[in-house]
Design a protein around this ligand. Structure first.
Ligand code: BES
Ligand code: MN
Ligand code: ZN
Length: 498
């Protein structure tokens, strides 16, 4: 369950709460906190005067002052001129994370208006809600509860003494996106023995019945009848049943849908071209693209924007069983092109190929995919940004702008013919790996062969889907990458259709 958050038309002073977090810009104590300062007997002034807190980005100071707020956490937003959506979202995440670890049952969050930068009240409400949901997220269900459990953080309230209705409007959007991102993270975090393709299909079914989405789930026999030879080929080395999941949200009348495609490998051993043991456990995250698609549908169900969206999730395990695909095998894809398998660890592009060619039947206005596709993207962009590739300059620009609003970084990469040449095969129409050089781009070129008949953009999220270290705003582990980009993109489309 995502953390419930609400908006209240109240200021930070006089608010009785076990926990009050205030996000402030770098510099002096902002005037909007003067009344609170007076109520605490000048505790905030003393904190500033001591030099212990300046409001730098990510800086946080906790006080136990006199007055109706038992604890006050000041969180720095950094320099006002650098302020923006990301900084506010991040400060809210830090506040929520600290509230959760402090063991308070509830709390309040106040964004000092001096730190709002160029954001509208509505935007501020949205990104605060996103940040609170992000920071509060945790997963403890597979551990024994502690003997003396701390109280669970049950709700957070956003204080908005000014323009409360506008803040509330933004908050509703941000809370829905936050719930979608939490759903995605909850799927990502699960190990491969629990989060199987059938498990993902069951979660899609829950979403469909809760929100009234159309749903089609293909099992192994139906995948075979559909002619999805590439998905079937990857799935054939595992005893675990594959699934092909189709979710349909209709909010946009007769308009053609946006197609969202997510890689759903619930565990990637590499298959016969097996991966080294070191950190192989992280390959439970190889369904992060699928999680992003399902998370986006959670948002769609809550907000019901005026747009049509179809979600496509090809899902299976990549295992080296006795019936597994072998290097040298040639398979036939759903679209008809044949592929020589030179590396069974390049499996994501195979299952996505069938999903992209299946997408054509919806005559989508465009298709976006998210996939933990290549180690090469981690070499190129590290853990800072997803690789963005595709076929249509206007669409790529639209995705880039959505990503900017979302605060999930992407960076464009080219799909030149030189890279296409690397995946020519002597025996088949294509081979599934172009070797080490430009590995993220040859993978993109491979996908492009199957994204025919609609503008298409691809996000390689292998370096950004999960975090290997803790930082103040986010715990180590799954981050739900892609949900906010997908959400901003489809909400942008809905706004344009109005
Ligand atoms: N799932 C991996 C990519 C990956 C790497 C995800 C690191 C997350 C973190 C993908 O299926 C894969 O194995 N790709 C190969 C392709 C190669 C064999 C052409 C890779 O990148 O090594
Ligand atoms: Mn692989
Ligand atoms: Zn993979």
């Amino acid at each position: 369950m995502p953390l419930p958050t609400t908006v209240a038309a109240a200021g930070p002073a006089g608010h009785a709460t076990p926990w009050l977090a205030c996000a402030v810009p770098q510099g002096r104590l902002p005037p909007s906190l003067s009344a609170l300062d007076a109520q605490t007997g000048g505790a905030l002034t003393r904190l500033y005067e001591s030099g212990d807190f300046q409001g730098k980005k990510d800086e946080a100071s906790l006080l136990h002052p006199p007055g109706p707020a038992a604890r006050i956490l000041l969180v720095g937003l950094g320099k006002p001129e650098e302020g923006g959506r990301s900084q506010v979202r991040r400060a809210a995440a830090i506040a929520a994370r600290r509230a959760r670890t402090a063991g308070v049952g509830e709390g309040a969050f106040f964004l000092a208006p001096e730190g709002r930068g160029g954001l509208s009240w509505r935007e501020a409400g949205q990104v605060v809600a996103e940040g609170l949901a992000f920071g509060a997220w945790q997963y403890t269900e597979l551990k024994q509860p502690p003997e003396e459990p701390k109280p669970e953080l049950a709700r957070l309230m956003m204080l908005a003494p000014e323009e409360t209705a506008e803040v509330e409007r933004g908050h509703a959007v941000g809370a829905a996106i936050g719930a979608g991102q939490s759903l995605a993270r909850g799927l990502q975090v699960l190990p491969g023995n629990l989060c199987t393709p059938s498990f993902l299909a069951a979660r899609a079914e829950e979403l469909a019945s809760r929100y009234g989405f159309g749903l089609t789930v293909l099992d192994r026999a139906a995948i075979r009848r559909e002619g999805m030879g590439a998905l079937l080929a990857v799935a054939q080395g595992s005893a675990e049943e594959p699934r092909f999941i189709v979710l349909e949200y209709k909010g946009g009348g007769a308009a053609p849908p946006v197609a969202l495609v997510g890689k759903g490998i619930t565990f990637d051993t590499g298959g016969i071209s097996i991966k080294p043991a070191e950190r192989m456990e992280d390959m439970k995250y190889d369904m992060s693209g699928a999680a992003a698609v399902l998370g986006t549908f959670e948002m769609l169900g809550r907000l019901r924007p005026a747009v049509n969206v179809v979600g496509l999730v090809p899902s299976c395990e990549n295992m080296p069983g006795g019936t597994a695909l072998k290097p040298g095998d040639v398979i036939r894809t759903h679209q008809g092109k044949t592929v020589e398998i030179v590396n069974t660890d390049a499996e994501g592009r195979l299952i996505l190929a069938d999903a992209l060619s299946y997408a054509a039947r919806f005559k989508p206005v465009c298709a976006l995919d998210a996939a933990t596709l290549t180690g090469a993207i981690v070499v190129a962009l590290g853990h800072a940004a997803a690789g963005l590739m595709g076929t249509d300059a206007a669409l790529l620009d639209e995705v880039r702008r959505a990503a900017e609003r979302a605060g999930e970084k992407v960076w464009p990469l080219p799909l030149w013919d030189e890279y296409r040449d690397q995946i020519k095969s002597e025996i088949a129409d294509l081979k599934n790996s172009g070797g080490r050089p430009a590995g993220a781009l040859t993978a993109g070129c491979f996908l492009r062969e199957f994204a025919v008949g609609f503008p298409w953009a691809h996000l390689d999220i292998a370096g950004t889907a999960y975090s290997e270290r803790d930082d103040p705003s986010r715990a180590k582990g799954p981050v739900g990458m892609g949900v906010r980009i997908f959400a901003e993109f489809v909400l942008g489309r809905a706004a344009a259709q109005q």
